[in-house]
Design a protein around this ligand. Structure first.
Ligand SMILES: *Cc1c(COP(=O)(O)O)cnc(C)c1O
Length: 393
């Protein structure tokens, strides 16, 4: 098999993991099959029961298209192994069920994806796994939250929607000094901008739904890391509990990876221009973007990211003004999704963070005038003009 480490990033993105069939197809094939046939009864018996004959049995376990996506993403994140899952949440659930048991404790940053908070707070607690939530960028609070039964540290950086940044290397050191694993959800940066495994993280989580697809078509996820973690208990949960990725979705994602670097460069280029432009507008009170020198963790962003990402948040006077900016757009999509070629606009206080109490929102720093933009691939002049309608009137 090819050692993809000998190739540069963009070559891996285009070619890693492809195994051509006897048809000689140039583009990757899709294998929409639930099971696989055996030459005879003996081969069937060996596939099922002996480790000497490995091969496909059933697509809940393995599928050639899914494996193609897994190998390509592993090659991009610099991980030994990857498991694709039905969604980003399935990747987080499968990893937690694989690595943790009743009585264990997680330390997670407060500003993680809403469903991840629900998973930790309402679902894992049923299995006596508890979580402490701390401030992402405050390195001392990570150490302070660790208990004798802590097994896992979990973070997203940059955070959503305020773009706070954690120093991955420092949190990884704290994790390892305390015999814990660090999981980084790398959804916002993708391996193009940030490679958490190289910074010391043990596992990387992806919601492939976002930038890996990049065109808002499919739901999927993945976990990447060393074989001993991935192919042990995490694989066991995937095979038996069944949150597997469909071959069709895997094909969409693996084709998405071919253009990931090009797309991320343009997302970043557009977002950098937009953040600077917003920063100059009188009606904008604050801009949250790691690329601005005013961002409190700008230096860490420079150290661990190649560029600053495609998400920009900003504050206007109040909810009325924010809704007016949103409703004055004619091109930008009003939707909660992100990482799409199409620019999207969200009012976090009344949507993604609409179900928590005003006090909790205040504590999370989400005020009523906050707007989040996932900057797409349209012409930046058109994106700016569409926001200007409500901002400059
Ligand atoms: C969307 C998202 C998830 C969940 O992914 P799904 O594919 O929707 O299950 C997890 N983490 C982050 C940062 C996300 O943006």
């Amino acid at each position: 098999m090819t050692d993809w480490n000998e190739f540069n990033f963009n070559t891996r993105a285009v070619r890693a993991g492809q195994v051509r069939s006897d048809e000689g197809e140039h583009s990757e094939a899709i294998f929409p099959t639930s099971s696989y046939v055996f030459k005879n009864a003996e081969e069937a018996a060996k596939r099922f029961t002996s480790s000497e004959l490995v091969g496909n049995i059933y697509s809940r376990f393995t599928n050639p298209t899914v494996r193609n996506f897994e190998e390509r993403l592993a090659a991009l994140e610099g991980g030994e192994s990857c498991l694709a899952t039905a969604s980003g949440m399935a990747a987080i659930l499968t990893s937690c069920l694989g690595l943790l048991k009743a009585g264990d404790h997680i330390v997670a940053s407060k500003s993680i994806f809403g469903s991840t908070i629900t998973l930790f707070n309402k679902i894992l607690t049923k299995f006596e796994i508890s979580t402490s939530f701390i401030e992402l960028s405050d390195i001392t609070s990570w150490q302070a939250a660790i208990k004798p039964n802590t097994k896992l540290l979990f973070l997203e950086t940059p955070s959503n929607p305020l773009m706070a940044i954690a120093d991955i290397q420092k949190v990884a050191n704290i994790a390892h000094a305390n015999d814990c694993l660090l999981i980084v959800d790398n959804c916002f940066c993708t391996p193009v901008l940030q490679q958490p495994l190289a910074l010391g993280a043990d596992l990387v989580i992806h919601s492939a739904t976002k930038y890996l697809d990049g065109q808002g078509r499919c739901i999927g996820g993945a976990v990447v890391g060393p074989s001993n973690l991935i192919n042990g208990d995490i694989l066991g949960i995937l095979r038996s509990a069944g949150p597997s990725m469909s071959p069709f979705n895997a094909w969409v994602f693996l084709k998405g990876l071919e253009t990931l670097e090009l797309r991320m460069q343009r997302h970043c280029y557009n977002a950098e221009i937009l953040a600077n432009w917003l920063n100059e507008q009188d009606s904008v009170q604050k801009v949250y973007y790691p690329g601005l020198t005013s961002h409190p963790q700008h230096e860490i962003a420079i150290k661990q990211q190649k560029r600053f990402g495609g998400l920009v948040s900003f504050e206007v006077a109040n909810q009325k003004t924010a809704w007016n900016v949103i409703d004055s757009t004619r091109m930008i999509s009003i939707t909660g999704n992100l990482g799409d070629a199409k620019t999207t606009i969200t009012h976090p206080a009344t949507t993604t963070h609409g179900r928590i109490t005003p006090d909790q929102r205040q504590a999370a720093g989400i005020n009523d005038g906050l707007i989040r933009i996932s900057v797409g691939l349209e012409d930046i002049n058109d994106i700016q003009a569409d926001l200007a309608r409500g901002l400059l009137e």
